[in-house]
Design a protein around this ligand. Structure first.
Ligand code: SF4
Length: 347
């Protein structure tokens, strides 16, 4: 089977806060990544880690990509960018690594910087857009505007570098209408991928101070899931892959969260929300004849939700009466089929 059929093997390196000129109110990368702030990998560590990943996981995944996350890579001193990218160069040269991903601020890119990165193997840049509402960006102390984000996306695309966008829900001052409008603009620009994160109150962040003094109230879990579900629909409808929803669980992450809509399976809750919204429509209009609802085997937990919550909700509404739910490995993931009714349900 071709390795291209598998998701890429991403070999991550974290550079918490490095390259950032300031600290955004919601941010505590040390808490998220579990890496101490002063700790930046050196060339030997990079080479050894890449070798180790390739040896232990290389054959089981798609093409290998090295990623520098957790800070603003293009804000690092030039010499440090050269050194980090140079440590990956031998693997690019022998073809064992296909490309490099970085994350950075939207205002730290211009055509020269993009050429610099591209010439050294960077193939995908993830932009911390977070919001396209300038009032929200200002309240979060981001230090850049929505115009910077839109310009960075256009420059990267014009320079032949793939783009990822990171967007948050529940930031201070956020208005739902403006959040959704911003997502539509971003999706319309056709980035390659998107990541969605609910704003959490992390210990040690400035948002923690605002929360403790009643100047900020995080979203509840249900509202955060519902908003992320709407954003996911906006991106996927435009053909943009949403590759992550919610923070990756790391050792000790839960202990770093003071408040906010954290759930270890947040992304799956969002998938369940979207699937059930569509299933409710599909089942409600399907009559009373006996029917079979065919769901992909891989979507069993998405259909059920935590403690069967979502499945029971369908039952309580009477939508599963005379409906036999079948899990079928031949059914594509993310789709559901009601046999006898000529309609497909895309997740
Ligand atoms: S730019 Fe990103 S990494 Fe830097 S402080 Fe802001 S959120 Fe954190």
């Amino acid at each position: 089977m071709s390795s291209k059929m598998f998701p890429p093997l991403v070999i991550p390196f974290f550079i918490p806060h490095h390259g950032c000129p300031q600290r955004c109110t919601f941010c505590n990368q040390t808490a998220i990544t579990g890496r101490a702030e002063g700790n930046i990998p050196d060339s030997l560590e990079i080479a050894a880690t890449v070798e180790s990943y390739l040896a232990t996981k290389g054959g089981k995944r798609g093409e290998a990509q090295v990623a520098f996350f957790g800070g603003s890579f293009s804000g690092l001193p030039d010499a440090l960018q050269e050194k980090l990218l140079g440590a990956v160069a031998p693997f690019l040269a022998d073809g064992r690594v296909a490309g490099i991903r970085i994350s950075t601020r939207p205002d730290y890119l211009d055509p020269d910087r993009i050429s610099f990165l591209k010439e050294r193997g960077v193939t995908l840049v993830e932009l911390g857009v977070q919001s396209l509402d300038d009032a929200v960006l200002a309240r979060c102390g981001r230090g850049h505007t929505s115009t910077d984000s839109l310009k960075a996306i256009s420059l990267l695309q014009a320079g032949g570098v793939r783009v990822g966008v990171q967007l948050m829900v529940g930031l201070p001052g956020e208005k739902t209408g403006r959040l959704l409008a911003g997502a539509r603009v971003l999706a319309g620009m056709q980035p390659e991928l998107a990541r969605l994160y609910p704003a959490l109150v992390l210990k040690g962040s400035r948002l923690a101070g605002d929360y403790l003094t009643d100047r900020y109230q995080p979203l509840g879990l249900t509202k955060a899931v519902a908003l992320c579900a709407r954003l996911r629909e906006i991106f996927t409808t435009q053909g943009v892959r949403v590759v992550r929803i919610g923070l990756q669980e790391t050792d000790g992450l839960t202990g770093e969260i003071l408040a906010g809509p954290h759930h270890p399976a947040f992304g799956e809750l969002v998938l369940s929300w979207n699937l059930h919204r569509r299933l409710r429509k599909l089942l409600a209009g399907s009559g009373n004849e006996p029917r079979r609802l065919v769901i992909a085997s891989g979507d069993q937990s998405v259909l059920r939700g935590p403690s069967n919550y979502f499945l029971e909700a369908l039952r309580r509404k009477g939508l599963l009466e005379r409906v036999n739910v079948i899990f079928d490995s031949g059914q594509p993931r993310g789709e559901a089929k009601l046999v006898g009714v000529a309609e497909n349900c895309q997740k």
